[in-house]
Design a protein around this ligand. Sequence first.
Ligand code: AMP
Ligand code: MG
Length: 392
Amino acid sequence: MISVSKALSIISEVSYTPKVKTVPLKGTNGLVLSKNIDSSIHMPPFRQSAMDGYALLLHDKNTYQIIGEVKAGDPDDYSLLPGQGVRIFTGARVPNNANTVVIQEKVIRSEDIITVHGEVNKNQNIRAIGEQIKKGDIALAKGTKLSPAGIGFLSGLGVNEVQVFTPPSVAIITTGNELIPPGQKLQEGKIYESNSLQLQSVLEQSKIKKINKYIVQDEYESTKETIRQAIINNDLVLISGGISVGDYDFVKEALSELRTEELFYKIKQKPGKPLFFGRNNKTLIFALPGNPASSLTCYYIYVIPVIQKMMGTITSLGLKRTMKSLTEDFVKKGDRAQFLKAKTSEESVEVLEGQSSAMLYSYAVADALVFIPENINQIDKNSLVETILLPQ
Ligand code: AMP
Ligand code: MG
């Protein structure tokens, strides 16, 4: 049995070479660039008016003759004489020899003559060519995680495809004779299977689309064969249940028989003690405890950083952590570290009722996990505790 910090350090050191692929920009939110993107244009590509008003070639008086109009999208270019100007709108191309844009609020117009009030400076309200980025400069560097703004920025540079680290294909193997799918009539001794859809949902939150689901009974041969198939066909295998020490838990034995390298098994923590992490050829494997809350907590704490790595993230692996003050005293029994389902408010965090590893009702309203280290057994109200924020 190893500590939480040892398990996390093994995970941070696991090596994996992510695959790369060129894909349409559409749909890349959350993916990581595997190559720098250089801008193929200046942005803005022409001198652009930042306001609605008048583009002028300044002279020493405050009256100007307006000789035309340029609206956004017009290619026209006017050649102005000193004292002349054009009506102009936001985003429109400023005539080549205009040297300022005056906002319309500062102008009184009469026919084609305007009178400008207040001070006017050269180059005001004009966005210079390449002001945001110059042709050939790096727009976004390799390793950048694409966001809606990043996708907007690249679209604005005319980019419509990018090279990204491709999300892994993931197998979810559900074990357990007692499980029946939701939608069917519940029979004596059975329960509804909930881990696979729960895992699928968190995987989808991690932008994983290739998910292959397998179901096996608590039977050695079929467990082994299913795991073998899943390893061959996937980059990451998540097994739910059957990893504990019961007579009908066959996952550990099957993994060994398939010559899986064990990276760790069993963590001094609650919930999720019997977590297994290993590698078989290039495929990484987690065997998650079957209890629904354990399985989800193990996903949040250990699977997420591995998935982030597999998707090209190098630094700041794992969920965001912050310190918040505890709303009530907390007493921990035993010497295992704990991850407690919790609900945050602005400054504080409340540990919820129903911490059992089989219970999901509190998890369903939790937005964080409070981490209580191994060596701490009592925490007083208002003390700061490490709070792991769950993805929304
Ligand atoms: P196991 O890790 O297989 O010993 O399972 C531990 C507990 O979790 C048992 O009470 C199982 O019935 C329950 N369990 C295992 N797999 C699932 C699942 N996919 N959905 C819901 N409960 C499960
Ligand atoms: Mg089981």
